[in-house]
Every structure is written in structure tokens, then in C-alpha cells.
Design a protein around this ligand. Structure first.
Ligand code: FES
Ligand SMILES: [Fe+2]
Length: 360
């Protein structure tokens, strides 16, 4: 484990003319669990998703969620235009049907002397957990032994969840660097939750980067009315806090003080297109009387407050997306131009992206 303190001079990446390319065009390491949808997005209809240029159809059978290559082997149209019939997915064009292993099991107009086609669609390991659909686009044999980040707070009664989707025309490296570099609170103006960050310690392994900042926070959730701080700037008061952000490849998580936890779950769509889910949890841990109430009531409170902070997240995302898309455009126009970087967390993130890309 490598521990660093705040540098006093700018840190630059290697001088190779390709070093920027290596980061900004880095492929994903597919041997991880990525998030491709929020559970509520996947209804009883097939759904098309794209993960690192792979077109995938998600659908629900009676028992589970399935993920197949989104391409009918007959005429190559999208299976996601079709429908689910029991445990099978049926192509909209000629009605061929496929099981969850990707085998064709029925051609409606097959003659007695004809055999079913010997075609097999690619089938992806997929799981529904903690409110999201997680998909493993790499070597399926590795999926079961690869840890999935998970959001333990999703079902815990003490946490109120809110989430929003980030859709940005930028490489995923720009977005994760934005999330790991807490020196940009000024961008968020009235929406910002933290102030005066100082990078304290930094730890990096081949799987993750953990950056620990000292900062001040505007929020403290200790009274029932303190939730109002999320919406009313006049209620906020700065207090010292920890601000820990981690790149747990390929996702991000952060803890601000004791009351806030935020995840960013990545779905890199392509080289200049990234989807991600920003999930925000506020802890009700300080309200001891609440914990003594019946579980049904606590569940009711949790559900009623679901997405209470969504507006805040949407505002933050809009501001961040403008920055990362500017960076992508600038890179596209002048890939050789690069500014100095003072935050060592960003350098560690870039090294991790390159390391993971090399593991494919
Ligand atoms: S294109 Fe799918 S059944 Fe013909
Ligand atoms: Fe931000």
C-alpha cells in the first residue's frame, strides 16, 4: 500500500506523447460487475442497454433477470424490440424464441424436415441487487469469484436513498477524476455539501484508490428539521468533518461525516459516452427514538422520503457534466495539450485506470 501526503509541487503524468491517449481512450477492464440499470427501469418489457459498445438486452423471466446479446441471429435485428413469453424472449420480426442461455428453442414456421438453427447468443452473468441491475461483461467463468460493490444501505431502514442518472458525452476517466478531486466544491455554489478540503492521506492498490480529505461540512443531520439544510442555505453552518472518497474500480463511493454516503455506479457506454447512477444516502442514525418504532412505520418513513434529495443531485450532476464534457471536447481538439495536476489522488486514479485496462 502506498501512502502519500499532499504535494507542494505539481505532479505530471509521464511525458510520452501517448500518455493522455492511454488514459482518455483507455478501455474498461470487463472482468468486473458494472451497473446497467436501476431495477425500476426494467419492467416486463425487454430493455436495451449498451456497456462498452456491447449491445445487450435485459429482460425479466418469471424467476430472474436475464441478459443476452441484443441481436437476433436470424436477421440481426434487436431482440429488445421483441417481447417476453414466459421464460423465453421472442424476436419481433419472425417470432423466433430464445431461452436464457441464448439458444434458439422455437421457430414458428419450422417444417417437419427442418431442424432448429444451431445458434447461440452470448449470455451475460447478471444480478439484481440493492436496487440495481449488475452485469459482468468479461469472462463469465470469473463472475462468481469477483466481488460486486453492493450498496448495503439500500435496504437498511436507517438510510434514506435518492438517486439520479448521469449521462455524459465524456470518457469515464473524466467523470471519476471529477468525483475523486474534491478541490472543486466552488463549482457547486449553494448545492455544495463540503468546503475547504485538504487532501490528508492517499492509499492506492491495483484495485482501488482511497483519498482522505479533511474538510468542513454544511450539514449535520441530528434533528428532524435538519433535513431542511439540504434545501435552505440559511440553515447551514460549517463544521470540521472527514471527507473520504474511494475509487473501488470501476465504481466510486464517498463518506462525508457520519450522515452522508454517496455512490457513483458506472456504466461506461463507449469511449466518449458514460452513464452512471449517483446514489445518495442520508443516515437517520441520530434519531434513536425512530429506531424503537415498528418496522412497518420505519419502512413507511424510508419509502416516503425516497428521492427527497434528487433535486440536489440533479443540480450537482448538471454542473459536473458541463465540466467533464468541456474536458472531453478540449481533448478531442488538442489531445497533446495537458495542464499541470496538483492533486495526487487524480494521478493515482489515472494509474489505476491504466493498470485495469492492461488486465483485460
Ligand atoms: S430477425 Fe429475428 S426472427 Fe427473424
Ligand atoms: Fe462535483
Amino acid at each position: 500500500m502506498d501512502t502519500s501526503t499532499v504535494p507542494t509541487v505539481p505532479v505530471t503524468t509521464p511525458k510520452s506523447p501517448h500518455s493522455q491517449d492511454a488514459i482518455r481512450r483507455a478501455p474498461i477492464n470487463p472482468n468486473h460487475w458494472y451497473v446497467v440499470a436501476h431495477s425500476s427501469e426494467l419492467t416486463d418489457k425487454p430493455m436495451a442497454v449498451v456497456l462498452w459498445q456491447q449491445q445487450i438486452v435485459l429482460y425479466r423471466t418469471r424467476q430472474t433477470v436475464c441478459a443476452l446479446e441484443d441481436r437476433c441471429p436470424h436477421r440481426q435485428v434487436k431482440l429488445s424490440r421483441g417481447q417476453v413469453q414466459g421464460d423465453l424472449i421472442e424476436c419481433v420480426y419472425h417470432g423466433w424464441q430464445f431461452n436464457d442461455s441464448g439458444n434458439c428453442v422455437d421457430v414458428p414456421y419450422l417444417q417437419a424436415n427442418q431442424k432448429l438453427p444451431n445458434c447461440r447468443l452470448r449470455c451475460y452473468p447478471v444480478r439484481e441487487q440493492d436496487g440495481f441491475i449488475w452485469l459482468f461483461p468479461g469472462d463469465a467463468a470469473l463472475a462468481d469469484d469477483t466481488p460486486l460493490l453492493g450498496l448495503p444501505e439500500w435496504d437498511q431502514l436507517n438510510y434514506i436513498a435518492s438517486y439520479t442518472v448521469i449521462d455524459t458525452q465524456a470518457h469515464f476517466s473524466f467523470l471519476i477524476e471529477n468525483l475523486m478531486d474534491m478541490y472543486h466544491g466552488r463549482l457547486h455554489d449553494d448545492l455544495q455539501a463540503w468546503a475547504n478540503p485538504v487532501l490528508n492521506t492517499l492509499e492506492a492498490t491495483p484495485q482501488r484508490v482511497d483519498a482522505h480529505y479533511r474538510a468542513e461540512t454544511y450539514y449535520k443531520i441530528d434533528k428532524i428539521y435538519s433535513v431542511g439544510q439540504l434545501f435552505i442555505p440559511a440553515m447551514r453552518k460549517l463544521r470540521p468533518t472527514n471527507l473520504d472518497v474511494s475509487y473501488v474500480y470501476p465504481h466510486w463511493q464517498s463518506v462525508l461525516g457520519k450522515d452522508f454516503k454517496i455512490y457513483c455506479l458506472f456504466c461506461p457506454v463507449g469511449e466518449t459516452n458514460t452513464r452512471a447512477y449517483l446514489v445518495h444516502f442520508v443516515s437517520l442514525g441520530a434519531f434513536h427514538r425512530l429506531h424503537k418504532l415498528p418496522v412497518r412505520f420505519r419502512r413507511f418513513v424510508k419509502n416516503r422520503l425516497f428521492n427527497a434529495a434528487r433535486g440536489l443531485l440533479v443540480g450537482l450532476v448538471k454542473q459536473d457534466v458541463a465540466m467533464v464534457e468541456d474536458e472531453q471536447r478540449a481533448f478531442d481538439q488538442m489531445p497533446q495539450r495537458k495542464g499541470p495536476e496538483y492533486n495526487r489522488a487524480v494521478i493515482k486514479v489515472q494509474q489505476l485506470i491504466q493498470h485495469q485496462a492492461a488486465q483485460r
